[in-house]
Design a binder for this molecule. Structure first.
Ligand code: DAH
Length: 356
């Protein structure tokens, strides 16, 4: 029988064997063992090797060609085996990943978010309104000299107007160059500091903390915030003051807000005024918030006193200005109906959280 085997037969058998091997290889799944297949086709007594045994019966000159083909087939099958192994490993890897996947949709432990303090929030709102009208935000020191806090603001030593501000003195020595050192009682000294160093025109708002030596109650704190405003130019008039403050009040409290200017006294302005807005709770009819007057006092203002302009070497004949000052917490209290200023400093989270 062996004698009758031709080269063509062996080639045909090799081809059939390769197809069969490929077919079987493809049927393997992730869990199956490929070693049996390896033994069957590539092993030392595997099917390819067995076929090669028939080579001996071929004429000598045909043996190398068929032998070479057999080796190529073996090499291709070895390659296919490797590829299949790799593919199965990849599949297994994917399965493992799937099985071991973290459920990242699990809700995390809640993180408590902080927020800006209501004073900071309302302060930012106030400053934003004036910035949009062309005012620049500037700051001054909280520990101040008598000279800036009082003297240059047309409040000379021993003037009865000093009683308007109960002052904390850091160093009460009036013989010093700039007088006693104190905690500023208002942000008005920033006006003077700016004008002293800047030629007109100036247009500034000065936010900051101020200090008053007084007993605290629902409407008084020893520490609070103010915003000071100042505009100086040629021909600046009371009409500019009224226009700017009316725009401010309507921006902050609503477009229907009415604004009232009452004569008042502050040493650094002439004339001086107190600004009230129509009560935004009752619309002016009278309620608990406006103490049944229909009006809420929001700030003090006026035309910069010529003595103040002269003190900073501005010529009162050439320049005029207006100034205003407001309490930041007071504005927040009016806007949100808060009835006790001490809430702002108690650090009670139940209060603070209402201003998210
Ligand atoms: N500085 C004043 C105060 O603390 C507030 C004030 C009133 C400021 C009138 C001004 C102003 O600039 O013109 O009570």
């Amino acid at each position: 029988m062996a004698d009758e085997t031709t080269a063509a037969d062996i080639v045909a058998q090799l081809e059939a064997l390769e197809r069969e091997a490929h077919d079987r290889l493809e049927q393997f799944t992730a869990e199956s063992d490929l070693s049996e297949w390896r033994t069957d086709y590539l092993g030392r007594s595997g099917k390819v090797t067995q076929l090669l045994r028939g080579l001996g019966g071929l004429p000598k000159e045909e043996r190398p060609r068929v032998g070479q083909l057999a080796n190529t087939v073996k090499a291709r099958l070895a390659e296919a085996l490797e590829a299949q192994q790799a593919a199965l490993r990849r599949g297994q890897h994917a399965e493992t990943l799937k099985a071991e996947a973290l459920d990242v949709t699990l809700p995390g432990a809640p993180v408590r978010m902080g927020q800006l303090h209501p004073t900071t929030q309302i302060l930012n709102e106030i400053l934003g309104i004036f910035e949009r009208m062309g005012f620049m935000v500037v700051e001054g020191p909280e520990v101040e000299w008598d000279r800036y806090n009082f003297a240059m603001l047309n409040i000379p030593a021993n003037h009865p107007a000093r009683d308007m501000w109960d002052t904390f003195y850091v160093d009460a020595d009036p013989t010093k160059n700039f007088g006693s050192m104190l905690l500023r009682t208002h942000t008005s000294p920033v006006q003077v500091r700016i004008m002293e160093n800047t030629p007109p025109p100036v247009r500034i708002v000065a936010p900051g903390r101020v200090y008053r030596n007084e007993a605290t109650d629902a409407s008084h704190e020893a520490i609070f915030y103010q915003v000071e405003g100042l505009a100086v130019d040629e021909r600046t008039s009371m009409a500019d003051l009224k226009g700017v403050l009316t725009a401010f009040a309507r921006d902050l409290f609503g477009a229907n807000t009415r604004v009232r200017f009452n004569c008042s006294y502050f040493p650094f302005v002439e004339p001086g005024a107190e600004v009230s807005i129509s009560c935004h709770v009752c619309g002016g009819d009278g309620c608990r918030v406006c103490k049944h007057t229909g009006w809420l006092e929001v700030l003090g203002c006026g035309m910069v006193h010529p003595n103040v302009l002269e003190a900073v070497n501005y010529d009162p004949a050439q320049y005029a200005g207006f100034a205003f000052g407001m309490g930041v917490e007071r504005i927040a209290m009016l806007k949100y109906g808060i009835d006790d200023i001490r809430y702002f400093y108690n650090n009670d989270i139940r209060f603070l959280q209402q201003f998210r």
